[in-house]
Design a protein around this ligand. Structure first.
Ligand code: ZN
Length: 403
């Protein structure tokens, strides 16, 4: 397959004008200038690496608009928790939400995503059944204080599912406040045993920081009301990232979602341990958190990726919407930084050892073509980030999935 476009975002996101990309099987084997016979013409468009949604919950697709985010995170949790419980056994609704989320992701330019899955068996079956979808890292979620059959969460073949290059397993002890340290350690042991990545919600709210530091506050009240408070298993006295460091959770295979409340020492801990972060800009904004420290984090060497989070806190699963939102709110940031966060950083966060930004020879064929806004900026990256067009072409694992 050969694709041509007005611009190709090649190595280091440098644009090649009137370029083409040749794909064989699942790899890019040639990049150049000019026309090639039998090429698929993407027209006046930017052909760029596919976007990576490092943090979402496809299963929550039915919650769109039901519980608007508020300034008090725990109030939102109180409303979401019973809705989550009512989803038990609702497999058909779950499948519909997951399928719709995968298709919406592709339409919004996502070629890879990290999905947190509480009901992992029906969800993974559904993902495996959808042909035109992103590559998924499915993090099986562990919640609460009871022992779990953790091996089952990360072992696909024993569940009769096919573990493949486009559907891989991960494990997700839910959050610092909802999973006690002994279960957290068990999860990490399973992660190491099967060599799969881990994703944890961390430093998401002020209530979480207070709870970890002193064992008090609205989060404690919430856990007590849910019957999930166990004083004998609650670590007290550290901030969230310090706590995760103490129990050996940080490291290059760990991805922390949110990190909205992080101090300087915690930035050092994340950088020193090569832990990745998934910043969710629109969700962060909807909850009214103080400015996120992602620029300082990246300056310290932390790999910061981007996520949409779920439709319970975000109006869409489109990564194009997400990066355009950042561009709109942070015009001081270089556009290359935003694209890097949404591409190479996302792949690294999902455990892919990629060492290039942009489309390069030998890389896996995950590409999208975004039509240029005719009256938009001449810089192709700026044009994509300030425009409103959706992808016309999307290639995932070497296959065209949009048309
Ligand atoms: Zn989440």
């Amino acid at each position: 397959m050969i694709l041509r476009a007005k611009y190709i975002l090649a190595e280091d996101l440098k644009p090649i004008e009137n370029g083409f990309v040749r794909i064989e099987s699942t790899r890019i084997v040639e990049i150049g200038r000019g026309h090639r016979q039998d090429s698929i013409d993407c027209g006046d468009a930017v052909l760029m690496p596919g976007l990576v949604n490092a943090h979402t919950h496809l299963e929550l697709g039915g919650m769109l608009g039901k519980v608007p985010p508020t300034n008090r995170f725990v109030d939102w949790l109180r409303q979401i928790a019973p809705m989550m419980r009512s989803m038990v056994g609702q497999d058909e609704a779950l499948r519909i939400a997951v399928r719709a989320g995968l298709l919406a992701s592709v339409k919004g330019g996502t070629t890879r995503l990290g999905d947190i899955s509480r009901f992992f068996e029906p969800t993974r079956e559904t993902i495996a059944d959808v042909a035109s979808r992103p590559i998924v890292t499915s993090f099986g979620e562990v919640l609460g204080t009871r022992p779990h059959d953790l091996d089952r969460i990360v072992q696909y073949p024993e569940e009769g599912l096919t573990s493949s290059e486009t559907l891989v397993a991960g494990i997700s002890p839910h959050a610092t406040y909802s999973v006690p340290p002994d279960v957290m350690r068990e999860c990490m042991a399973v992660s190491r045993k099967y060599n799969v990545p881990t994703c944890i919600h961390a430093a998401e709210s002020l209530e979480e920081v207070e709870f970890l530091s002193s064992g008090t506050g609205p989060m404690r009240d919430f856990l007590e009301s849910m019957g999930a408070w166990d004083a004998s298993r609650q670590p007290i006295g550290s901030r969230p990232i310090e706590y995760l460091n103490q129990i050996g959770v940080l490291g290059p295979k760990t991805l922390l979602a949110h990190c909205n409340y992080i101090d300087d020492h915690e930035i050092e801990l994340l950088a020193g341990s090569a832990t990745s972060v998934a910043y969710c800009p629109r969700t962060h904004h909807a909850f009214g958190h103080p400015p996120h420290r992602f620029v300082e984090m990246m300056a310290a060497g932390i790999n910061v990726s981007l996520g949409t989070d779920s439709l319970a806190s975000n109006p869409s699963l489109s990564m194009l919407d997400e990066i355009r939102f950042i561009r709109n709110h942070r015009s001081d940031l270089p556009v290359e930084t935003i694209i890097r966060m949404a591409t190479i950083n996302g792949r690294r966060a999902l455990n892919d050892s990629i060492d290039y930004a942009g489309i390069v020879n030998g890389s896996s064929a995950e590409l999208i073509a975004i039509p240029l806004e005719q009256s938009g900026p001449t810089d192709p990256l700026e044009n994509v980030l300030t425009g409103s067009h959706l992808p016309t072409h999307c290639i995932i694992a070497g296959c065209s999935v949009l048309n």
